[in-house]
Design a protein around this ligand. Structure first.
Ligand SMILES: Cc1cc2nc3c(=O)[nH]c(=O)nc-3n(C[C@H](O)[C@H](O)[C@H](O)COP(=O)(O)O)c2cc1C
Length: 269
């Protein structure tokens, strides 16, 4: 697949044409998911769910008969690992003409968790419908997209920085990183919040999470899933450009706002 083309053309699909997911497409997606890697090397269990036999549905999804869910152990960095792997599956599905929508909120979570046989030590951050996009979006989908400004993204200088958070990076100064950063900028995120902030410092590209909500108790953080998605887009784009990168987790201790948290780094080379 041409990664840049798929990233540019992917969008959340909430209105499907009602054609059942072809067995061959279901198998290709499941095979891809089972082979998908993540830089945290956490194993993920993938489950295809038949909407008709399980009675599962999402109030925002119309015309899809299959859902894909993933579950993994509740361990540190599980959200980022899940985000990375699930997004690689979402992009693969898009490349073979299958529509998806990341869903963390608009579902009967208890019913889906039961259907995937979730154990106490596991969690299932998100699911997606799988199917073929309808020609026309439902009114609800159109309104939802307007509500979260789904067709827009923050500007380059709002999310990318040059050595410190006080210096925005520009497309002109991004050099060979430009296509990789643009791939990050276009990524999907929960409520389209785009919580990724990236500081480029020498040969290192540091990823941070700008958290919108304070976390409470042991609840998981959906915005860390978004950061996993951003890491995935960067890595796939780097691969496409033939630029070798190495994953690291070494907090550069940059000065930043208290709502901003270090996630991970890609070293060039
Ligand atoms: C982690 C995550 C969770 C999401 N949860 C939901 C959801 O519960 N319901 C929904 O309709 N869309 C959900 N979305 C889709 C986003 O609203 C969507 O990706 C964003 O608005 C950008 O639109 P686009 O995907 O069409 O580019 C989620 C996206 C992500 C990445």
């Amino acid at each position: 697949m041409d990664v840049f083309e798929v990233i540019r053309n992917r969008r959340s699909v909430r209105t499907f044409d009602g054609t059942p997911l072809r067995a061959q497409d279901a198998q290709r997606i499941l095979d891809f998911a089972n082979a998908a890697e993540n830089p945290y090397q956490l194993p993920i269990d993938w489950v295809l769910l038949d909407a008709k036999t399980t009675g599962l549905s999402s109030p925002v999804i119309v015309g899809a008969d299959t859902f894909l869910a993933g579950k993994l152990q509740r361990v540190p960095c599980a959200e980022e690992a899940f985000g990375y792997a699930f997004e690689s599956v979402v992009l693969y599905a898009a490349s073979i003409g299958v529509g998806t929508t990341w869903i963390a909120g608009t579902m009967d979570r208890a019913a889906f968790e039961k259907a995937v046989g979730l154990s106490d030590s596991e969690f299932m951050p998100c699911i997606t419908p799988l199917g073929y996009p309808a020609d026309k979006m439902s009114l609800r989908e159109t309104l939802m997209r307007k509500g979260v400004k789904a067709d827009t993204r923050l500007s380059f200088g709002e999310v990318f920085f040059d050595a410190s958070f006080s210096r925005p990076l520009t497309p002109e100064t991004a050099g060979k990183l430009l296509p990789m950063l643009e791939a990050v900028r276009l990524a999907p995120s929960a409520v389209n919040k785009q919580p990724w902030r990236v500081v480029v410092s020498g040969d290192r590209v540091h990823f941070f999470e700008k958290r919108n909500k304070r976390r409470s108790g042991d609840t998981w953080d959906v915005q860390k899933v978004d950061l996993g998605i951003a890491l995935c887009h960067f890595a796939l784009a780097a691969m496409e450009c033939g630029i070798p990168i190495t994953f690291e987790r070494e907090d550069p201790a940059l000065s930043c706002n208290e709502d901003t948290f270090y996630i991970a780094t890609y070293r060039l080379g």
